[in-house]
Design a protein around this ligand. Structure first.
Ligand code: ASP
Length: 928
């Protein structure tokens, strides 16, 4: 032990000695009184042993001996206590130690205050008195309370239940209640009943699904409370207990070591510390020597007495040493004598205050760590060990002190190893739901049982994880066949979520989506698959190709604009040609001074020229003037671009199949009411629409809710069935991975539109599960090794008819290259139409010419003229025929101007082919 004295107080003490000028020295025997309760003899033993040690050591009080004056009093009898104190004072004591009971202690305290006798206490006292004669070595209640707050904060407990025994407990946890404040997650406070049956209270806590418990009760009751909690199933892996007692190490926790429950507490005395062990061993030997075998309370550790040291016992030992140390320090400054005092007189002990002041400035190391008092005389600066129950008993996992707060010394790796070790040979109950391909019943002729009944992605996934972590598992189908949704009114979960919250299952492995609400209630691992909501619908029906699909490459507007441009350019060409002098030619080049000039761009020729270039064919007419060539050039440029664009687009239009799909996105669904749509009942997909703030999805949710009959399906299989049977009248909102699985097998169905959201599937476990990190790690490992990908391929594309729609797709893509008659039929129609129109025009021309000839000739009737012409046409051999009308003055060449010129290049009377005029001659207008 060492001691230091603050320089200021040292100076003060020396000054006091000089001023008093008194001789120093202590009496040979200094009596100190101890008040103890017979039931708690450990205090008495510690007191006596401390006195013996000080007397033996002689280091602190070399010339004096301490004499322990022990009085045994009943904890409730304060009258008797007062009498015993007076008795001690009459004998002459320098200090009074104890008692432990609050009732008697206050009486003892007031007597000591009156007589100015130092009173040393070692008990928790919420009243925080600052009486002048009191020195309490027990940690200050507020500081202790801060330790609980700090550890609860460090663990991040959102909600918890406080179980307390007496009102003092509530005072002890006041800081914890204050620190939590009003929050979304209220904390519950429950009192342990009078009797010894705590099960009803514990059951209530269990039903509230609370897994974080702060237990404040006397050390003697801890075992019973924990035992009963174990009996009702509240000592599982997912429960955490923070025990406020500083003496948990004195409780027999053997039965709770393997349950996996997180039991944590603080301690002031480290029973494993060599110094503490030595002290305890010595005093045990001493006790045995005197034949005083210590009586142990039930359920305290019996196997090794060394660990059996209560905080208050250690504090008593420290209190005696503190007193001796202060006495030693005071001895150097003044002469002290201890005199008998009478409770009936108004006598006081003159050294009382000095001794107390010395005690409060002394800083020494005891069994309970450094003993130091703050300026108010409280022990608020102390160090606590944070201990946790493990398979090897209570282990120190960190420390706490008022300045640094909690400091966990256990590394992440150690904690992880401990968890993985605890997983070995553990059997988890895995809740799941029948949903292809995550969990399906095996097809077998034999009757299967247990885990053998199931197969699927989820089944393989849990098998892979268990191989890594070494646990066993049994599958259990969720009784209500639901994934889990929160009832907003009752605040209760159903489905797999309920199974986890009721701790009927340890893991939920299925296509269970990680959502905010679910994450608040249970623990999820890292996602093992990513997905989003999409629409499952029947495949669009193939549209029969359009007869006039050759018109499709250009829109109707463009066709109209093109026709207008054609007419406009033709007319402009006609007008400009008439304006331009260079377009007027001599019809008879031999005649150098012609009477007439001719313009080849008549309206009909202009139209012929432009249509010829539009059809990429050209014509024998060529513009000569710059202006008309400009028109022609620009028109050719226009036709070049238009025809190229048309040709390019035509290829796409003729080869791509036209599909008739009434919906292409969720917006399309929301806009109409003809096609019904729904989702899985009680799943995250329905919850997505229910909770969405986006107007389209809100509209879709109100439609789904109000639809009668209900559009919700109780399983994905039912939903898919409805889409198939609905033949386009029902769409099912489903998760993309499940859609992918369905459309691999059912070729009539397809996914419509993209993903409406983005989320993942995770493995869920009860809240506060210690295994989350380990299982998350295993999922990541499987992902990185590519195992998850292999599993996905196996269950999506290979097993159970996977890939059956793949052939279909390839067939349809090769067939798209051939064009059928249906695709190009329109061209034939146009061709036939054109031929028909040409025939009709030919008949009209024939009739028209015959009538004209008949009128001019006057000798023949129209019918006979038509008959003659017809005969002529039918009999026509070669490409010549006799001219019928010699009187025709306009005719200069061999060919007829008016009749049918069989085989001639043109029947146009104005047609001029400059290259062939020698052969065909010229047709000119009669100037008269
Ligand atoms: N996987 C979903 C869930 O966890 C089911 C669904 O709603 O589509 O609820």
């Amino acid at each position: 032990m060492f001691a230091t004295r603050s320089p200021l107080w040292a100076l003060w003490a020396s000054l006091l000695a000089v001023v008093l000028g008194a001789a120093t020295g202590l009496p040979d025997v200094i009596r100190i009184g101890g008040l103890f309760h017979p039931a708690d003899d450990r205090q008495e033993v510690a007191f006596r042993y401390a006195v013996e040690r000080i007397n033996l050591d002689r280091g602190l009080l070399p010339r004096s001996r301490l004499s322990a004056q022990i009085e045994r009093i009943s904890p409730q009898d304060s009258f008797h206590a007062s009498k015993r104190v007076c008795h001690l004072l009459r004998a002459g004591v320098a200090a009074i130690f104890g008692p432990q009971s609050g009732q008697t202690a206050s009486h003892v305290q007031s007597i000591c205050d009156t007589m100015e006798i130092p009173h040393l206490e070692t008990r928790w006292d919420f009243r925080l008195r600052r009486e002048s004669c009191l020195v309490n070595l027990y940690p200050h209640p507020t500081a202790l309370s801060r330790a609980y707050v700090d550890v609860v904060r460090a663990w991040g407990w959102k909600s918890f239940t406080i179980v307390y025994e007496s009102n003092e407990g509530l005072v002890r946890l006041q800081e914890l209640l204050k620190a939590h404040g009003p929050s979304e997650f209220p904390i519950a406070v429950r009192q342990l009943g009078e009797g010894s049956d705590y099960r009803p209270l514990l059951k209530q806590i269990k039903n509230s699904a609370e897994s974080h418990i702060v237990l404040d009760c006397s050390t003697e009751r801890i075992y019973d409370v924990l035992k009963q909690a174990q009996q009702i199933g509240m000592m599982s892996d997912y429960h955490s207990y923070l025990i406020t007692s500083l003496d948990l190490h004195t409780v027999d926790l053997e039965e709770f070591k393997y349950g996996g429950t997180n039991i944590t507490a603080f301690r002031l005395v480290d029973p494993e510390k060599a110094e503490v062990q030595k002290v305890v061993r010595d005093w045990m030997h001493g006790e045995m020597r005197y034949g005083r075998k210590p009586e142990l309370a039930p359920h305290v550790l019996k196997k090794d007495n060394l660990t059996f040291i209560k905080t208050e016992t250690a504090l008593m030992y420290d209190a005696v040493h503190l007193f001796a140390k202060a006495l030693h320090d005071l001895d150097s400054s003044q002469r002290i004598d201890v005199k008998p005092l009478s409770c009936d007189a108004s006598d006081t002990w003159p050294h009382g205050y000095s001794l107390i002041n010395y005690m409060k400035i002394v800083e020494m190391k005891g069994l309970t760590g450094v003993i130091k008092f703050d300026n108010q005389g409280f022990r608020s600066n102390f160090m606590l060990d944070v201990v946790e129950l493990t398979r090897d008993g209570l282990q120190k996992i960190g420390t706490w002190n008022s300045t640094a707060g909690v400091n966990f010394t256990r590394t992440y790796g150690e904690a992880y190893t401990q968890i993985v070790e605890s997983l070995q040979n553990k059997t988890f109950v895995v809740t799941t739901i029948l949903s292809s391909p995550y969990c399906m019943r095996k097809d077998s002729s034999e009757k299967l049982s247990g885990n053998d009944q199931f197969e699927g992605y989820g089944v393989d996934l849990v098998e892979e994880i268990s191989r890594i972590l070494g646990f066993n598992y049994t599958f259990k189908l969720v009784p209500d066949g639901r994934y889990g949704s929160l009832n907003r009114e009752t605040k209760e979960w159903d489905g797999m979520m309920k199974e986890l919250l009721d701790q009927k299952a340890d893991l939920a492995i299925a296509d269970l989506t990680i959502t905010y609400d679910r994450e608040q209630a249970v623990d999820f691992t890292m996602p093992f698959m990513n997905l989003g909501i999409s629409i499952l619908y029947r495949k669009p029906i193939k549209q029969p190709p359009n007869l006039f699909s050759f018109l499709s490459p250009l829109s109707l507007d463009v066709w109209i604009y093109m026709a207008t441009a054609y007419l406009g350019v033709s007319v402009l060409l006609f007008i400009l040609a008439r304006f331009s002098p260079y377009e007027w030619d001599n019809p008879h080049p031999c005649n150098e001074v012609p009477d007439v000039l001719e313009n080849q761009f008549s309206l009909l020729n202009s139209l012929w020229f432009t249509i010829g270039s539009l059809m990429q064919q050209g014509s024998d007419i060529a513009p000569k003037a710059v202006s008309t060539r400009m028109v022609a050039g620009m028109w050719w440029f226009f036709t070049l671009i238009m025809i190229s664009s048309y040709t390019a687009n035509l290829a796409a239009f003729l080869t791509v199949e036209r599909m008739d799909s009434p919906i292409e996105s969720a917006e399309d669904l929301a806009k109409q009411t003809k096609i019904k749509y729904g989702a899985l009942r009680g799943g995250s997909t329905a919850a997505f629409f229910r909770d969405s703030n986006f107007s389209t999805y809100q509209r879709m949710w109100s439609f789904m809710e109000s639809a009668r009959p209900s559009v919700f399906a109780s399983s994905n299989i039912e939903g898919v069935d409805r889409v198939v049977k609905g033949k386009g009248s029902y769409a099912f909102l489903m998760e993309s991975t499940s859609i992918e699985y369905v459309i691999e097998r059912n070729c009539e169905l397809t996914q419509v539109g993209g993903l409406l959201d983005s989320k993942g599937y995770g493995i869920a476990m009860p809240p506060n599960s210690p295994y989350r990190t380990a299982i998350s790690g295993a999922v990541l490992k499987l992902q990185e090794e590519g195992k998850l990908h292999i599993l996905k391929t196996r269950w999506w594309k290979e097993k159970r008819g996977g890939g059956s729609c793949r052939d279909d797709t390839s067939k349809s893509s090769s067939a798209a290259n051939e064009l059928g008659l249906a695709n190009v039929g329109g061209v034939f129609v146009v061709l036939m139409g054109g031929m028909g129109v040409a025939c009709v025009i030919a008949v009209c021309e024939f009739v028209w010419k015959s009538r004209k000839v008949a009128v001019e000739d006057r000798s023949t009737s129209l019918c006979s003229e038509m008959a003659t012409e017809l005969k002529m046409a039918m009999r026509c051999r070669g490409s010549t025929r006799p001219a019928r009308n010699k009187k025709n003055k306009g005719s200069k060449g061999g060919s007829s101007q008016g009749g049918l010129a069989c085989g001639g290049p043109s029947d146009n009377p104005h047609f001029v082919s400059l290259g062939h005029y020698g052969q065909y001659g010229f047709a000119t207008k009669d100037p008269s």
